[in-house]
Design a protein around this ligand. Structure first.
Ligand SMILES: [Mg+2]
Length: 354
């Protein structure tokens, strides 16, 4: 087993803004796990907000190196708890390794990863395309740049939220979802839910801060005119149970929960608790998206436009065109680095851990 880490700088097609700030490039870590001539790829984006840098994640993955050979005989699912304790809970680093391990296993078996999990590829949901916070004119322009998507996710959390959605709604009958990224109070959320329901919005993602009182979350779940989906409130496996009764669904982020292995468990648990299931992504390359796409058979909603938001990338894999996700023809998760393009995006000399 050989593990190689790449720090990439992914250029965005446009500046991307959410309630917390704006970015024009996204640093990302791709990991390659090699064994007997086959390679599995995983990815996690660096995230200053959550304190995950290339250096911190490299340090975490070094703790796992002595047990890397365990992946030869054991599956990523069997090994996840052991790797989780070895890595001291660094979910971001673990998620990249877990995706790579699932990818490698699929390639060894010669089947797609979803099939390795005994899922059925049918009626998988389309992905939404995210419209970041901008001037209303620019948000409308963004909609017109990619007018054929069936679903748009509109980032909110401004003083103009209703105005934004009202204006966008004049331009398309496509499905709209909104994500307030913790930007509303419970009163605002209840009031906005009624207006947004009239604007034919499908659901509201994470309107309240994580720190909002449980009574407020519970009240919103009852009084909202629209389903409320947890994002920031649902980061790791135990959070799904905690969200029951407070949210109508959960948006699972692979990097936050620690990989595809815990994501499968969270999605299945959410369905058992009668909650809707969703997987979201970061701004990331087609390698990360290819991993997340394996979960589509377990989803009601998908938000996998991370690579669509890039100007270019040194990777290929699953494609997302107008919301329709098409998997790579390769087995496993099917994402891979394009060596001929790598030099243009490599921030740092690759670090090889054997
Ligand atoms: Mg969100």
């Amino acid at each position: 087993m050989k593990l190689t880490l790449y720090q990439l700088n992914l250029p965005l097609a446009y500046e991307f803004t959410i309630a917390r700030g704006s970015i024009t490039t996204q640093p990302s870590m791709v990991v390659k796990l090699e064994h007997e001539g086959l390679s599995g790829y995983g990815e996690v984006t660096e995230n200053a907000f959550y304190g995950h840098t290339f250096d911190s994640m490299t340090a975490s993955l070094k703790k796992i190196v002595p047990r890397l050979e365990d992946y030869v005989a054991q599956s990523p699912m069997e090994l996840w708890p052991k790797m989780h304790s070895l890595i001291d809970g660094d979910m971001f680093a673990l998620s990249a390794l877990d995706i790579a391990a699932h990818d490698l296993r699929g390639r060894q078996k010669g089947i797609p990863t979803w099939q390795d999990w005994d899922l059925e590829w049918k009626n998988v949901p389309h992905s939404s395309y995210t419209i970041g916070i901008d001037t209303i004119g620019n948000m409308v322009a963004k909609l017109h740049e990619l007018p054929d998507w069936s679903i748009y996710k509109i980032k909110l959390g401004t003083v103009h939220d209703i105005e934004i959605v009202t204006e966008l709604r004049k331009h398309t009958d496509a499905i709209f979802r909104v994500d307030a990224n913790c930007g509303w109070t419970v009163e605002e959320a209840i009031r906005n839910s009624k207006i947004l329901a009239d604007l034919n919005i499908e659901f509201i993602e994470q309107p309240l801060p994580i720190t909002a009182a449980r009574e407020d979350k519970s009240r919103l779940a009852v009084e909202s005119a629209l389903p409320i989906i947890a994002d920031e409130d649902c980061q790791t496996v135990p959070d799904v149970g905690r969200c029951a009764g407070l949210f109508h669904g959960v948006n699972v982020k692979i990097c936050k929960c620690g990989g595809l292995t815990p994501a499968i468990g969270m999605l299945r648990n959410a369905r058992q608790l009668s909650m809707k299931t969703m997987v979201g992504c970061m701004v990331e390359s087609s390698i990360g998206i290819s991993g997340a796409a394996q979960l589509l058979p377990l989803l009601d909603y998908a938000d996998l436009d991370g690579a669509v938001l890039l100007k270019d990338e040194p990777a290929r894999g699953a494609t997302v065109i107008d919301g329709r996700v098409t998997l790579s023809e390769l087995p496993g998760c099917g994402g891979e680095l394009l060596t001929e393009k790598l030099d243009s995006y490599l921030i740092r000399a690759k670090e090889v851990l054997c």
